[in-house]
Write a protein that binds this ligand. Structure first.
Ligand SMILES: NC(=O)c1ccc[n+]([C@@H]2O[C@H](COP(=O)([O-])OP(=O)(O)OC[C@H]3O[C@@H](n4cnc5c(N)ncnc54)[C@H](OP(=O)(O)O)[C@@H]3O)[C@@H](O)[C@H]2O)c1
Length: 171
């Protein structure tokens, strides 16, 4: 199982504001759904809390918290990122054709997952946007872009985006 990060990042590194997303990107949400459907998804407790409807359907939802008492309807609970990835690997073995664990945020979980990830699915939001949650700098010495697609803003999108897949350089 390889580990991938799925994230939308503004030009200034912002990924969130006041516990939510500082943009409306309907086209990108559809792509995110298609990319993650049927797979284990790992997220921090604050990202879980930010979803208006949860769990995200048709995916194995795993949330990470330090709260030993926390129970979440429709999600498995892990108490470290490493435990979440182990759980995803175990459960993933029973999920036909699944070879990917998707880490879907937020800032705390991305920062811990970046050194462990094999692939990044990044939606670059083509604007600088105010916010309070950030993604680390993507180091070109570590990551190489393997595909890139410009997506103009549709009717339900606040910004144009560029969707880039990065793979970890080997050697
Ligand atoms: N742009 C995007 O693609 C994207 C994607 C997802 C989220 N976001 C945004 O990111 C922001 C949320 O990010 P965030 O950093 O505040 O929160 P987060 O990473 O979603 O969740 C943080 C929580 O995860 C738990 N946690 C973190 N590290 C842990 C560890 N090592 N062991 C056990 N539990 C751990 C803790 O939960 P407890 O407090 O329960 O212990 C912590 O409070 C929001 O604005 C959200 O909208 C953006």
């Amino acid at each position: 199982m390889f580990v991938s990060i799925h994230v939308a990042i503004a030009e200034n590194g912002v990924i969130g504001r006041e516990g939510g997303l500082p943009w409306r990107l309907s086209t990108d949400l559809k792509r995110f759904k298609a990319d993650t459907l049927g797979k284990p998804i790992v997220m921090g407790r604050k990202t879980w809390d930010s979803f208006p409807r949860r769990p995200l359907p048709d995916r194995l939802n795993i949330l990470v918290t330090r709260d030993a008492a926390l129970r979440a309807d429709g999600a498995e609970v892990a108490h470290s990122l490493e435990d979440a990835l182990t759980l995803a690997r175990i459960r993933g073995r029973c999920m036909a054709g699944v070879d990917e664990i998707c880490v879907i945020g937020g800032a705390q979980i991305y920062a811990q997952a970046l050194p462990l990830a094999d692939r990044l699915h990044v939606t670059h939001v083509l604007a600088a946007i105010d916010g309070d949650a950030y993604f680390p700098v993507i180091d070109p010495q570590v990551w190489r872009a393997v595909s890139s697609l410009d997506v103009p803003a549709g009717e339900k999108d606040s910004h144009p985006t560029r969707h880039v897949v990065y793979e970890r350089r080997t050697g």
